[in-house]
Write a protein that binds this ligand. Structure first.
Ligand SMILES: [Zn+2]
Length: 475
C-alpha cells in the first residue's frame, strides 16, 4: 500500500530485500528474538514519535538494558525489518518507532509486548474522516492481539485513542481477561487553555457523535474532555505530568506522577508537546518494569532528536536551531513555543518543500496559526521549492510584503538567516522552520561544514549504539 507522507524509508534497503525474499521474515526474526527473551515495544503517533522513541530508548538504556532501536527513523515495515535484521540475536528490548499506517501491518508479525499510542493528528495528506479510519485500523490491530500478552500505553487526553483502548478493554473483559493498559496524560490545568482550539482535529464523541465537552486542552484536541452523554469518560491517567513550568527554549521543569510516586524532571527539550513525549516515555518504561527512580534522571539527559529543536553552534558565532514542521498542530506547537519563550526571532527562515515526505499538498500552512509568530518576527526568510506560497501565507497573515525575503535556495537562505542573526540579534541565534526534506538538505549542508555530526551518527546514547559504533570502527 502507499505509505502516508510521514513514513520514512531511509536506511531500509536490507529489510526491503529481505521482505521480498521472505514475506514472513518479520515474524521469524521476532519469534527467534522473543525465545531469547527480547521484548518488543512499538511506538506510534502522528507527532513526536521520533523524539518519544529516542527518549524511551535512552531511559531503558539507563536502566542497564541493551536496546535495539530504529534510530534513523526508518519507521515503515522495511525499516523495522532492517533494524531487526541488523540486531540479529542481541538486545534485551527492541524499541521501534512505527509509522501510524504501518502499525497494523507489523503488529501481527511482531506480537509486541507493549504498544505505545501517542496521538492522532491530521497530517498533510489527510482528508476529513481519515483520522477516524486510522483509529479504526488501530482498533482492529489491538483486536487481533491477545489482550493477556500485550500492554497498551496510551494518551488518555486524546479522545480518539481513549475510545479505541476502551473498546479493547471491553473486548478483553468479555472473554474473561483483564487487559493491561497504562493511561498517561497531563494533569496541570495551568499550562492548558480553556476549552478547545477552533481548529482542533477531533472534537466529536465517536460513540454518540455529540461534540465533546472540554474543560481545557493542552495541545490541539489533547485535553480534559468528556462526552456530554457520558458514554465515554476520560479515565484518570496512571502516569501524569503535574507542576509543569516551561522555561523558555532552555528546558521544561515538571513533576511526573508514576503510579503514585512523583519524580522531578528537568527536560532539556522545550515545548508542551514534548512534555507529552516525556510522560509517554515514563509510562512506557514503567510498563517494562523500569525502576521509577532511574526514569527522572534519564529523561533529564535526553537531548533533542535530529532536527527537532536541535540547536547547532556556528563557528563564526551564534547558533542555528532546526525545527521540523509537518502539519498544522505540530507547526502550531513549534510557533507557540517560540513565541511564548520570549526569544528574539528576528532571524527566522521558513523552508517549505513539497516532496512526498513533506506532503505534496502544502495547504496545511493555511490551517496553522501563524499570525502571532509573524507579528513578533516582522521579517521572515521564505525558502524551499514552495517559498512563494509561504510568502503569500505570511502576507495574508498580516506580514508587511517587505518583510518576506524570498530565497528559494536552502543553502543561501541558511547563510542569509545567520547573517541576519549576527546583524539584528544580541546573541546571534537563528531559527529555521523546515519541512522534512528541507531539514535533511539543511542538515546535510551543516554536516558538510562540520558544524554538527551527520545524520547516521546522530543516535541516542545506548549500549546498542556504542556496540554498533565499535563494530563500525573495527571494519
Ligand atoms: Zn458520546
Amino acid at each position: 500500500m502507499a505509505s502516508r507522507a510521514t513514513g520514512r524509508e531511509g536506511g531500509a534497503l536490507p529489510g526491503k530485500v529481505l521482505l521480498m525474499l521472505a514475506p514472513s521474515a518479520l515474524a521469524t526474526l521476532s519469534n527467534r528474538a522473543r525465545r531469547r527473551g527480547r521484548r518488543t515495544i512499538l511506538v506510534s503517533a502522528t507527532n513526536g514519535k521520533t523524539t518519544l522513541t529516542a527518549m524511551l530508548a535512552d531511559v531503558l538504556a539507563a536502566t542497564g538494558l541493551e536496546v535495539v532501536h530504529n534510530a534513523t527513523g526508518a519507521n515503515l515495515r522495511s525499516g523495522i525489518a532492517t533494524t531487526m535484521l541488523q540486531a540479529g540475536r542481541r538486545g534485551d528490548v527492541a524499541v521501534l518507532e512505527t509509522d501510524e499506517a504501518t502499525l497494523p501491518l507489523v503488529a501481527p508479525d511482531l506480537q509486541p509486548d507493549v504498544i505505545v499510542l501517542g496521538n492522532l493528528f491530521r497530517d498533510q495528506l489527510d482528508r476529513f474522516g481519515e483520522l477516524e479510519v486510522l483509529a479504526d485500523r488501530w482498533r482492529e490491530t489491538l483486536g487481533a492481539l491477545d489482550p493477556a500478552l500485550v500492554t497498551i500505553v496510551y494518551n488518555v487526553d486524546d479522545p480518539l485513542i481513549a475510545e479505541l483502548v476502551d473498546a479493547h478493554v471491553a473486548r478483553a473483559t468479555a472473554i474473561g481477561v483483564a487487559a493491561h493498559v497504562i493511561p498517561f496524560g497531563l494533569a496541570d490545568a495551568s499550562v492548558g487553555q480553556a476549552g478547545l482550539p477552533h481548529a482542533a482535529d477531533s472534537r466529536f464523541c465517536r460513540r454518540c457523535g455529540e461534540p465533546l465537552a472540554y474543560a481545557h486542552s493542552w495541545v490541539g484536541h489533547l485535553g480534559a474532555w468528556t462526552c456530554p452523554n457520558g458514554d465515554l469518560v476520560r479515565t484518570a491517567p496512571l502516569v501524569a505530568a503535574t507542576e509543569v513550568q516551561l522555561d523558555g527554549l532552555a528546558a521544561t521543569n515538571l513533576a511526573i506522577d508514576v503510579a503514585g510516586t512523583s519524580i522531578d524532571v528537568r527536560l532539556r527539550i522545550p515545548g508542551l508537546y514534548n512534555v507529552y513525549n516525556a510522560v509517554a516515555a515514563a509510562a512506557s518504561a514503567h510498563a517494562l518494569g523500569a525502576p521509577t527512580a532511574l526514569i527522572g534522571p534519564a529523561l533529564g539527559e535526553a537531548s533533542p532528536s535530529f532536527g527537532r529543536f536541535e540547536r547547532i553552534p556556528v563557528p563564526s558565532g551564534g547558533t542555528i536551531t532546526l525545527l521540523l514542521v509537518k502539519n498544522p498542530t505540530g507547526l502550531n506547537e513549534v510557533l507557540r513555543t517560540l513565541v511564548d519563550s520570549g526569544v528574539d526571532i528576528s532571524a527566522t527562515l521558513f523552508a517549505l518543500n513539497d516532496h512526498i515526505a513533506d506532503g505534496r499538498d502544502t495547504s496545511w500552512i493555511w490551517d496553522a496559526d501563524l499570525e502571532p509568530f509573524l507579528a513578533k518576527a516582522g521579517v521572515v526568510i521564505a525558502s524551499g521549492e514552495r517559498a512563494a506560497e509561504f510568502g503569500l501565507r505570511a502576507i495574508y497573515g498580516g506580514l508587511d510584503p517587505e518583510g518576506v525575503l524570498l530565497e528559494e535556495d536552502l543553502e543561501d537562505a541558511m547563510y542569509r538567516v545567520l547573517e541576519r542573526a549576527r546583524e539584528f540579534t544580541e546573541h546571534g541565534h537563528a531559527y529555521a522552520l523546515v519541512t522534512y526534506t528541507a531539514m535533511l538538505k539543511m542538515r546535510a549542508v551543516i554536516a558538510q561544514q562540520g558544524w554538527a555530526r551527520a545524520y547516521w551518527a546522530n543516535e541516542p546514547r545506548s549500549k546498542s549504539k556504542s556496540r554498533r559504533a565499535r563494530t563500525k570502527a573495527r571494519r
